[in-house]
Design a protein around this ligand. Structure first.
Ligand SMILES: C[S@@+](CC[C@H](N)C(=O)[O-])C[C@H]1O[C@@H](n2cnc3c(N)ncnc32)[C@H](O)[C@@H]1O
Length: 243
């Protein structure tokens, strides 16, 4: 966590590379005016800024982060929205308080046990039937970008600290083991190659079937489309499969 305090000043220099994945995350989360939304490890509030421009009517929004320095860099948000200092391993909220929880580019920075603990916390604060959206880096595909990026990503996978923040992670099995049902998966190729997942919190069931590998086989990939003015107007999806 201390690693993020030092990097907070420069964090937003690279945040535009998250744009495509964060757009995909919000599209999956589809927040409504009635929703209470928690963005865990909100950092400098990149997701909240997009939320404020696309879904400003969302009823209650909380951005939580363990680094005061990162939170201090967040820009102004709608009046009723809050930023909070807190730890994803022990969230300062009641059980079932949120309809939507988002967590972008945190899970891959955690060790397996901490991740398990954080996923339990995310599940605890979500209502049954609530939506969890995760964004994690994914291994770049083949092709020129993949060729350029893969040594960096491989090195990151062996590193800790902020550089380890781009190590690829597919958390679907861990989410399923934490009691979530994976509803959708999107493979985002622009900016940071990322995996965006929408999962639903299931009611607790005894003797739930362990997830099988084939349960995690389908991806949707995501491309931004250009409008007539040359800017992104909407996002298209195409069917695709992981390598
Ligand atoms: C890679 S940044 C992602 C920030 C933001 N979600 C984004 O997409 O730009 C990771 C963030 O996780 C936060 N973090 C790390 N461990 C945490 C924990 N245990 N609880 C809450 N936040 C944590 C860091 O302070 C940092 O802001």
């Amino acid at each position: 966590m201390g690693a993020w305090t030092g990097g907070a000043r420069f964090y937003d220099l690279q945040v535009w590379l998250e744009r495509w994945a964060l757009d995909a995350a919000l599209d999956l989360a589809a927040p409504t005016a009635d929703d209470r939304l928690l963005d865990v490890a909100t950092g400098t509030g990149a997701l909240l800024r997009l939320l404020a421009s696309g879904y400003p009517e969302t009823r209650e929004v909380v951005g939580l982060d363990a680094s005061e320095a990162m939170l201090g860099r967040a820009r102004e948000l709608p009046d009723s929205w809050r930023l909070m200092h807190g730890d994803a391993r022990a969230l300062p909220f009641e059980q079932g308080q949120f309809d939507v929880v988002t967590v972008c580019y945190l899970l891959q920075t955690l060790g397996t046990e901490t991740r398990e603990r954080v996923l339990r916390e995310l599940s605890r604060v979500l209502k049954v039937g609530g939506r969890l959206v995760t964004v994690t880096p994914r291994m770049p595909r083949s092709g020129v970008i993949g060729l350029l990026a893969s040594p960096v990503v491989r090195l990151a996978a062996r590193s800790s600290g902020t550089f380890g923040g781009i190590a690829p992670l597919d958390p679907r099995r861990e989410l399923a083991e934490a009691g979530f049902e994976i509803e959708r998966a999107r493979d985002v190729r622009f900016g940071y190659p990322s995996l965006c997942l929408l999962a639903q919190k299931k009611p607790h069931e005894h003797g739930r079937r362990r997830p099988a590998a084939r349960d995690f086989d389908s991806y949707e990939s995501f491309r931004p489309a250009k409008g007539s003015d040359g800017h992104e107007s909407h996002l298209e999806r195409e069917d695709d499969r992981p390598e």
